[in-house]
Write a protein of this length. Structure first.
Lengths: 236, 224
């Protein structure tokens, strides 16, 4: 893909015989699959299906027990870390710092020192960069938005999101889904693990269903343009 | 991004957070203060006796107090799983370690600077040897404590009872450094001989453990 918003057949993620054990429990069981660039994948499944484990293995936060993951053409995730954005189940933010301070720090980890990058990321998710309130005093919805801003501020090609809508009200969740659709339209590949699949239906390209540590179904969606109400104005 | 810029950014972030919460400094200060006051009343030593026991007393107090700060170091990174955000970034793992060590070093040095006058007053301490040597011992000894402490605190963050695990691992491995700190401090305070051997031992200890910790930190950071 491409800046035009069209997906390509070039695989961004290739999973080869992926297995992950926790003790004797197999959380991922021999997954072999590949995912093309420029598409928005929604990973769904029951609790314990292995969705979050798959995402953490792909992000390099866990090592697979067997098999391999090839990300953006590399088997070493550190080589392509600057091209990946990850949003975890927890917000991955410092409660003691305000939004801009958080983003400035994380931008620094990616070699970005320009404040405008952080401001743009905050505006992109509908937050006000001038807000001086510490993250510890943010509402859950604002934290999730800021967490999304943190994940995308370095303009990654591949974005991995684990339950981005947990504890977020429906309106904010719809706004976030719209933001994700727009980011995908800019040419990014997005993986969203969620239990709130209907929220993603307007923007998803493909639903990936997991059960018992395996990918059991993939269903492509016919989508039109990214629509629904766009987040505007800063949340306060 | 360079190692230096990430180290600097992480250090400044930690200092800002500590300035706002004062968690580590306050806990260390109160703990040290208690040790100074309680031991002073318990033993009520003369000036000569103080010179003999002060080395041990000072460093044991700082060691225990430092453990409080060291446990806080990684607790901040575990809240909201922020450490994962660092792990998925391309930032060098050693930059995080160095920033944490420098931060802890600064906190403990500040504690020592604040507590030193109290030790002098409560124990009627007057050094027979040159005082500048005490400063050298303090800097080398503090580095020895925090470099190992920061590393082993990182090692124990995924254990269930990490507050207990840290002293259990840290204290035995700190014995050579502690021995050097106590003996060199006592030597300087009493004026009996020179602390040359102990200072060299501290330098070697600092260099060896700093290198080993830097070599192993990435493995510790990414351990499951």
């Amino acid at each position: 893909m491409t800046e035009s918003g069209q997906s390509s057949d070039r695989p961004v993620i290739v999973l080869q015989n992926l297995v992950k054990f926790f003790g004797r429990f197999a959380a991922l069981r021999d997954i072999t699959d590949s995912f093309a660039a420029g598409r928005l994948y929604v990973v769904v499944g029951d609790n314990g299906a292995g969705k979050s484990t798959l995402l953490r293995v792909v992000a390099g936060l866990m090592q697979p027990s067997q098999g391999s993951v090839t990300l953006l053409g590399s088997q070493n995730v550190r080589d392509v870390a600057h091209r990946i954005g990850y949003m975890g189940h927890a917000p991955l933010l410092y409660d003691e710092l305000d939004g801009m301070e958080n983003l400035r720090y994380f931008a620094g980890l990616y070699g970005l020192s320009d404040d405008s990058v952080c401001r743009d990321a905050m505006r992109q998710v509908g937050l006000d960069p001038e807000l001086e309130r510490r993250v510890g005093q943010y509402s859950q919805g604002m934290r999730q938005r800021l967490s999304l801003a943190r994940a995308v501020l370095h303009n990654p090609e591949l974005i991995l999101l684990d339950e981005p809508f947990s504890n977020v009200d429906v309106h904010s969740a719809r706004d976030m889904a719209t933001v994700l659709g727009r980011v995908r339209d800019q040419g990014k590949t997005i993986f969203v693990v969620t239990h709130q699949a209907p929220l993603m239906e307007p923007v998803a390209d493909e639903f990936v269903r997991m059960a018992a540590g395996q990918i059991v179904a993939r269903e492509s969606m016919k989508r039109s343009a990214t629509v629904i109400g766009v987040a505007t104005g800063g949340a306060r | 991004m360079s190692q230096i810029s990430v180290t600097r950014a992480t250090l400044l972030k930690d200092l800002r957070m500590e300035w706002r919460s004062k968690d580590a400094i306050n806990s260390m200060l109160f703990f040290s203060l208690l040790v100074v006051v309680i031991f002073s009343f318990a033993f009520n030593p003369t000036a000569e006796e103080s010179r003999q026991i002060a080395g041990g007393l000072i460093w044991v107090a700082f060691l225990f107090a430092a453990v409080v700060a060291l446990n806080q170091t990684w607790a901040r990174e575990l809240r909201n799983q922020v450490l994962d955000a660092y792990r998925v970034s391309p930032a060098p793992p050693n930059a995080l370690f160095l920033a944490k060590v420098l931060g802890n070093f600064l906190f403990v040095v500040i504690l020592e600077a604040l507590m030193a006058p109290l030790f002098v007053v409560f124990y009627q301490l007057r050094s027979v040897g040159p005082v500048w040597q005490l400063v050298v011992v303090a800097l080398l000894g503090t580095w020895a404590l925090v470099v190992n402490g920061t590393f082993f605190a990182a090692l124990s963050i995924r254990t269930r009872s990490r507050e207990i695990m840290l002293p259990l691992i840290l204290f035995p491995i700190s014995i050579p450094a502690l021995l050097a700190m106590v003996d060199s401090t006592t030597t300087i305070l009493t004026g009996d001989g020179t602390p040359g051997f102990w200072l060299k031992m501290l330098v070697v200890y600092d260099v060896v453990f700093t290198l080993v910790c830097l070599l192993l930190f990435e493995t510790v950071l990414n351990a499951e």
